[in-house]
Ligand binder design. Structure first.
Ligand code: ADP
Ligand code: MG
Length: 253
């Protein structure tokens, strides 16, 4: 039996005047998949993510999460429906500790579900929960340092922990390996592989080795349009894809 569609994009566009940053993109993401979006700079990948997370509005088309139309919903309501994003530009509280960063997200999430914990041990329970997410991303040993003291790679790990604290069904990762050392990239890959499959992952990534190691489905975008979606091997072999990338990015074979 095939998996249901967790995310459906139906002809979504984001036009700025006459400029089409995103133009009539349709795409489905299966529940549980590790789906990568690749494409040269300016292809519209980050714009696509902003429409899914709700940080910007589609000028046409519709977006369904679990069959529910979220096109007009604000970010907070989409988070409530399980859409979580980490952004290319970090949104951490740098002066707070690693644990505090995740704790804030856990408490925010708990506040959307009143009655989940008894007040007397609420903080203890929240701390335990925050620690679980830190363990999941491999940052527990760093829980008491300030976020500002983390390496670039560790910050990305922390962002994933913060996103996990919102109990996402769909996790959007925009170039998580950007600026990472090879060791940090390897660590991040392990982290994503180890995520439970009830978290569907949609990731934008320039590191094609990482893409072909992780992804079960690859979408290629070019100039604001959907070029192709397929199995990693099909996409890698596609002449159309090679042409789109020529001179901008290397597709290794
Ligand atoms: P990618 O993430 O694939 O590199 P983006 O989605 O960031 O591409 O951008 C796609 C195109 O849309 C780029 O040409 C970019 O300059 C343009 N763009 C993005 N945001 C805006 C905006 N707010 N106003 C005008 N143009 C924008
Ligand atoms: Mg981008």
């Amino acid at each position: 039996m095939s998996e249901p569609d967790l995310l459906q994009l139906r002809g979504i566009s984001r036009h700025f005047g006459r400029f089409k940053a995103l133009d009539e993109v349709s795409l489905t993401v299966k529940a549980g998949s590790r789906h990568a979006i690749i494409g040269p700079n300016g292809a519209g990948k980050s714009t696509l993510f902003s429409l899914i997370s709700g940080t910007s509005a589609a000028t046409a088309g519709s977006i369904l999460v679990n069959g529910r139309d979220v096109t007009r919903l604000p970010v907070s309501r989409r988070v409530g429906l399980g859409v979580a994003a980490t952004f290319q530009h970090s949104s951490l509280f740098l002066r707070e500790t690693v644990l505090e960063n995740v704790l804030l997200a856990v408490l925010r999430q708990a506040s959307t579900r009143p009655g989940l914990w008894r007040p007397v041990n609420a903080r203890r329970a929240a701390i335990d929960r925050a620690r679980t997410f830190l363990e999941q991303v491999g940052l527990l040993a760093r829980h008491d340092v300030s976020a500002a003291a983390l390496s670039h790679g560790e910050r990305r790990q922390l962002e994933v922990a913060v996103a996990l604290a919102t109990e996402p069904r769909l996790l959007l990762l925009d170039e998580p390996a950007a600026g990472m050392s090879p060791a940090e990239t390897a660590r991040l890959t392990e982290l994503i592989v180890a995520l439970p499959t009830d978290v569907t992952v949609l990731l934008i990534e320039h590191d094609l080795d990482l893409v072909f190691e992780l992804a079960d489905t690859v979408t290629v975008m070019h100039l604001g349009r959907h070029l192709t979606t397929g199995l990693p091997d099909e996409v890698r072999a596609s002449a159309e894809v090679q042409t789109a990338y020529l001179g901008t990015m290397e597709v290794t074979s």
